[in-house]
Design a protein around this ligand. Structure first.
Ligand SMILES: NC(=O)c1ccc[n+]([C@@H]2O[C@H](COP(=O)([O-])OP(=O)(O)OC[C@H]3O[C@@H](n4cnc5c(N)ncnc54)[C@H](O)[C@@H]3O)[C@@H](O)[C@H]2O)c1
Length: 715
């Protein structure tokens, strides 16, 4: 689903080309835009043009294709959707379904010719056609990503996709937005035939003519027996029930969209397509005006907006990237870099280099298997990786990212080593979790080129890159790092320097509060559950285990001074546990115990921890208190970050918390959360908590001010 606004349509967005054999090519080419996006105007034009072609006796078959070099239809116009009322949105769905229904029930064959992304409404147009031809190109992807925006496919997608590929294959696409590349789409029976990009339109015209003359028939792909059984009426109920359980397990009922999608699918299968379409229209209307969709759509816009953000200074060209430290983070950074640049990966340990090589190779292999890169690309990328323990290999790098141990002296040392070998304008970035950049750059020859590039673990998966600009960092260095981050596929925010910058700084009091509650007698699983129920993907206690108790203790120590000055209550849980040999998941011994590798089984809360932390007999703390204490610590710290200028604007704080820390996306981040809950209500709750638990709950000045003036962060 992509966005672009075309309220008035001065020029036609479609043209008709005639081919021999009575084939009419309906070419979509929205003027002045890189992609075709669906709008109400385009819909109207599509309607009049297809009606004319369907009733034209000189036309035997129609091909729907794109005039854009690299995309079919990228979905609907979100900016228009955002302004719609519930009724308007439902009406849009009804109209779209009526039109696509005419295409689907036409006597003349209609062929969709797909190259590049066919997303959302774009795929729904193709699904209404009788035959789908797609190019076997890595840019060709078919998906219904509406669910990720809190919406549902309202152009017949919930009805036609299950009918075309079967319930079992359709559900992951509908419920998680799963994308299929060309070959996978062919295997699933979503696409009928593959071709090359150059021959797409000709092949489609030929297929259309053959379909019209009866010489070609769409062959329904034979699905495996179990999938066919799953589609039969008796089994269907069970499949849908399972799917609903899975949705509830994953979303805890916090996201209305997947549940609405299931309702549409179920209605269509039980009562027919017409009823299914009606259900789509009604529930689409509800979702379009829901706060969840509004938060998710906003995130989507911000993500696009951040790709274009700049200080106005041009980035320096980067031709070679150096990475120092091939541990967990360094290997990940190398992985996301080899797609673009030759990478020098340096570590002092050969064993670490060997396992980094393995993990980079596995990553590339996985991408190749999924069809996102070709075999040749995989090998080319692999050949770009230089593994070394020779620091001289850094010569010629335009950007060096260090991911050595979290130790200030070591970081200063590797910076000095690099500076001796780099050109004066090359950029040096630290992936430190919490050390201030100004401290790392204290003795630098060129402090203007030193900044933070804070990645999240696991690097290939986590979407955020937090760039930390020190006081002396140049805009050129910032832009160079930003351009690299965007090329690595990251959503990039730029924040100011300080202990823990933004993300680690707001995470620390959140985790601290969780451990304080354990010391008051709360149960590990209760604390985690309260935050899972709020919408976090991992509970805070489980997160400490994942990050490592050693790392957590380190970060907490780096930030302790900052919080102490405001009357914070640093928990002594982590240093105590560390001393007793608890390191978290990495040594199988943390707040949870972990079954030995290769053995199946679940992690279990580790009662040994309680003896070390105190708190006596375990007792019930009200879930609301647990939730609010942890959340409001995080939210309040975000407010301080805005007040102190660590964040330039609330948007960056919301994006950072959602993409970096898993703050529930449907709530839109700490700032949007305050807007939704109401600043005055948040302040009142914090004052109540401050009276009970101490001054760390005093609202930050930014928050207090907002409550007093009745303003909001966002209009
Ligand atoms: N693990 C995380 O979740 C995470 C997240 C964000 C940031 N970070 C930060 O990233 C950095 C690395 O963390 P990690 O988890 O990858 O640690 P790690 O222990 O897995 O890797 C560190 C590597 O640095 C190597 N090294 C030490 N001295 C070196 C030198 N002089 N030259 C080259 N290599 C050297 C070590 O051999 C080791 O392989 C730390 O600053 C950490 O705070 C970690």
């Amino acid at each position: 689903v992509t966005t672009t606004l075309i309220e008035k349509k001065p020029v036609e967005a479609m043209r008709v080309e005639r081919r021999p054999g009575g084939v009419a090519m309906l070419v979509l080419d929205v003027p002045g835009q890189p992609h075709n996006t669906l709008s109400t105007d385009l819909l109207a034009e599509f309607e009049s043009k297809t009606d004319a072609l369907l009733s034209d006796p000189g036309v035997a078959a129609i091909v729907v294709c794109s005039g854009k070099p690299d995309g079919f239809i990228a979905g609907a116009d979100l900016k228009v959707l955002e302004k719609m009322t519930r009724e308007d949105a439902a009406e849009l769905s009804r109209r779209g379904n009526e039109l696509l229904g005419r295409v689907a029930s036409a006597k003349k064959p209609v062929v969709a010719a797909v190259h590049g992304p066919a997303l959302g409404g774009g795929l729904e147009v193709a699904l209404a056609c009788h035959y789908i031809l797609a190019t076997d190109h890595s840019s060709t992807v078919l998906a219904l990503p509406e669910v990720m925006l809190g919406l549902l496919p309202a152009g017949g997608g919930t009805q036609r996709l299950p009918r075309r590929v079967g319930l079992v294959a359709a559900l992951p696409m509908l419920l998680t937005g799963k994308r299929l590349r060309a070959r996978a789409a062919l295997r699933a029976g979503l696409v009928d035939q593959l071709t090359t990009p150059g021959g797409l339109h000709d092949t489609a015209a030929r297929a259309a003519a053959l379909l019209a003359s009866g010489k070609l028939r769409r062959r329904k792909r034979k699905r495996p027996l179990w999938q066919r059984l799953a589609g039969t009426a008796p089994a269907r109920g069970m499949v849908l029930r399972r799917a609903r359980e899975e949705v509830m397990r994953k979303t805890r009922g916090l996201y209305p969209a997947p549940l609405a999608i299931l309702e549409c699918v179920e209605t269509g299968l039980a009562r027919g397509e017409r009823a299914g379409f009606q259900c789509e229209a009604r529930l689409f209307g509800d979702l379009v005006v829901s706060p969840e969709a509004s938060s998710l759509v906003r995130m989507f816009h911000w993500n696009n907006e951040l790709k274009k953000e700049t200080t106005g200074v041009a980035p320096r060209p980067v031709k070679r990237v150096g990475v120092l430290g091939a541990g967990f983070m360094g290997a990940g950074i190398a992985s996301v870099s080899v797609g673009k640049w030759p990478v020098v990966l340096r570590d002092i340990s050969d064993d670490v280099l060997a396992s980094a090589a393995k993990s980079v190779h596995e990553g590339l292999h996985k991408q190749q298997r999924s069809g996102s890169i070709s075999l040749a690309e995989r090998d080319q990328r692999w050949s770009r990786l230089l593994l070394t323990n020779d620091v001289e290999a850094l010569r010629g790098c335009d950007l060096v990212i260090e991911a050595v141990f979290e130790n200030l002296e070591l970081k200063r040392k590797v910076l000095a080593e690099a500076e001796e070998r780099l050109a004066p304008e090359a950029v040096f970035a630290s992936n430190t979790s919490a050390l201030p950049i100004g401290e790392i750059a204290r003795d630098a020859r060129h402090p203007e080129r030193v900044l933070g590039m804070h990645y999240f673990s696991p690097v290939p998966k986590m979407p955020l890159l937090e760039i930390v600009a020190g006081k002396r960092t140049s805009n050129e260095a910032i832009e160079t790092a930003r351009a690299v981050g965007i090329d690595q596929g990251k959503t990039v925010i730029v924040v100011r320097d300080g202990p823990g910058f933004y993300t680690s700084r707001i995470l620390a009091p959140f985790l601290n509060e969780a451990t304080l509650m354990l010391a008051e007698g709360a149960r590990i699983e209760d604390v985690d559950r309260a935050l899972l129920d709020f919408g976090f993907p991992v509970g805070p206690i489980a997160l400490i285990d994942e990050v490592g108790i050693d790392v957590g203790a380190h970060v907490a120590k780096d930030l302790a001074e900052l919080f102490a000055a405001r009357g914070g209550a640093p928990s002594d849980a982590l240093p105590k546990l560390l001393e007793a040999g608890f390191r978290g998941r990495k040594n199988g011994k943390g707040f949870y115990t972990y079954p030995p590798e290769k053995k199946r089984g679940k992690k279990e809360p580790n009662a040994e921890v309680y003896a070390l932390l105190g708190g006596g007999e375990r007792r019930d703390l009200p879930a609301q208190d647990v939730r609010d204490r942890a959340i409001l610590q995080m939210v309040n710290e975000a407010m301080y970050c805005l007040g102190e200028g660590i964040l330039e604007r609330p948007r960056d704080g919301d994006v950072g918390a959602v993409f970096g820390l898993g703050f529930p996306p449907f709530l839109g981040g700490p700032f949007r959360y305050v807007d939704q809950r109401g600043a005055a209500a948040v302040v009142a709750r914090m004052e109540e908590l401050a009276a009970r638990h101490g001054p760390r709950f005093q609202p930050a000045p930014v928050l207090a001010e907002l409550a007093r003036t009745g303003k909001r962060f966002y209009a």
